[in-house]
Design a protein around this ligand. Structure first.
Ligand code: NAG
Ligand code: NAG
Ligand code: NAG
Length: 386
């Protein structure tokens, strides 16, 4: 941080403690609930509830069985919920055994910000795009109050009205909007050209949520997709486009263009939504650090997947994690041979391991990857950004 920014930051702290009620001005935020929007990076069971469970060995490390997550264990959003003493979030689409009193998760694996013109079957992208996730939230907010009015178990499973303005609204979405263009054989410049439209749609959704009473927003930027085997295997690039970490530079550059735009959108939103506290979180930086300096973070394999089969990265789209394949006449479960996910950054070619997710959480929780640099548990305070 430059000196000028630091002074501004401390001046803001002093000011807020003078204006506010002393030390309480920056007290921890008592978020009673989390409403999450996103893709597989934060899906805790949405896609699984509708299109079938993510198969074993997903979930093996922590839940000991499939748990609706595309990982061996917990996701960053699980660690976020845990840090507030809240139970893990139920997926809004999961009709069985869910408890929404402390929030709901609208994310589904394969979600994009913009609705896609293809089916899940054709392209792998979820029909539950961010606009649909907002529609679900809108229904949930109203109908949860009607149902609570019936008393009994509904009061124990659904949030109170006041929760919606006190909750933390979290986002981790955008990665699939970038890959969607590449998978349609678009060039990097064609993908870059539609990023403003994607960001415009993202911005609208945050405004709609504010209109519904949301005040505290925690927005992850998008990760280095060029370090993920499913992208590196599927889209050919030149050897000169591979960086020192072994990642594909053009895709990471597109992710950075998206993130640069996202940060601008957040700045605009702060002006347009005077009562909102919005935190922009640079998960790209920490994810890239895990892939480029694995040893520093306790990993042996930065790019090679744990749960996969074949190829340079132990990843083959046709033999994905959990698939049953025949090897030497015997049926084998892909991923069964993955012995120690904790030394892999990448779980299945697309997603991070629980160990990587824990590292990501541990690095972002204190605020050093955020703008403004506030810790997660202070994300309800409006602090002038850098
Ligand atoms: C889907 O098709 C509509 C109508 O042609 C178009 O406006 C929209 O941009 C398309 N969406 C994507 C993600 O390409
Ligand atoms: C739902 O979760 C809340 C918060 O953890 C808890 O107080 C409540 O008892 C749970 N409801 C049921 C029916 O288990
Ligand atoms: C993209 O190009 C590949 C190779 O030429 C081709 O096989 C594939 O069908 C194309 N995909 C689309 C969506 O056009």
């Amino acid at each position: 941080m430059e000196a000028k920014r630091l002074i501004g930051f401390y001046a803001a702290l002093v000011l807020s403690s003078l204006v506010g009620c002393g030390t309480l001005a920056r007290a921890s935020c008592d978020f009673p609930a989390i409403f999450n929007f996103g893709d597989s990076n934060s899906d805790t069971g949405g896609l699984s509830a509708v299109f079938g469970q993510a198969p074993p060995p997903h979930g093996e490390t922590y839940f000991r069985s499939p748990a609706g997550r595309y990982a061996d264990g917990r996701l960053v959003v699980d660690f976020i919920a845990q840090s507030f003493g809240l139970p893990y979030l139920s997926a809004y689409l999961d009709a069985v055994g869910s408890n929404f009193s402390h929030g709901a998760n609208f994310a589904t694996a394969g979600s994009t910000i913009r609705p896609q013109n293809t089916t899940l079957h054709q392209s792998g992208f979820s029909p539950i795009s961010l606009d649909v996730q907002f529609n679900e939230f809108y229904e949930f907010r109203r109908r949860s109050q009607v149902a609570r009015g019936r008393g009994g178990v509904y009061e124990k499973l659904l949030p109170k009205e006041e929760v919606f303005s006190r909750a933390l609204y979290t986002f981790d979405i955008g990665q699939n909007d970038l890959t969607a263009g590449y998978f349609l054989n678009m060039s990097t410049s064609e993908v870059k050209a539609y990023i403003p439209d994607v960001l415009g749609q993202f911005k609208n959704i945050v405004k709609y949520l504010y209109g519904e009473g949301g005040r505290y927003f925690w927005i992850h930027n998008t990760g280095p997709v060029g370090c993920l085997p499913y992208v590196m295997e599927r889209i050919p690039i030149l050897a000169s486009q591979v960086d020192r970490a072994g990642c594909a530079s053009p895709f990471n550059e597109v992710a950075r263009v998206f993130n640069h735009g996202l940060k601008k959108v957040v700045t605009q939103l702060r002006k347009e939504l005077p009562l909102a506290a919005i935190t922009y979180v640079d998960v790209y930086a920490i994810k890239y650090a895990l892939s480029s300096q694995p040893k520093k973070y306790g990993f042996k394999h930065p790019l090679r997947t744990c749960c996969g089969h074949g190829g340079k990265y132990n990843y083959n789209i046709h033999m994905g994690c959990g698939a049953k394949i025949t090897v030497g006449g015997k049926e084998v479960l892909v991923g069964k041979s993955c012995e120690d996910p904790s030394v892999h950054v990448n779980w299945d070619g697309v997603h991070y391991t629980e160990a990587a997710n824990k590292q990501i959480f541990d690095h972002i929780v204190g605020g050093s990857f955020s703008d403004p640099p506030v810790p997660l548990n202070k994300a309800c305070h409006r602090i002038p950004s850098q």
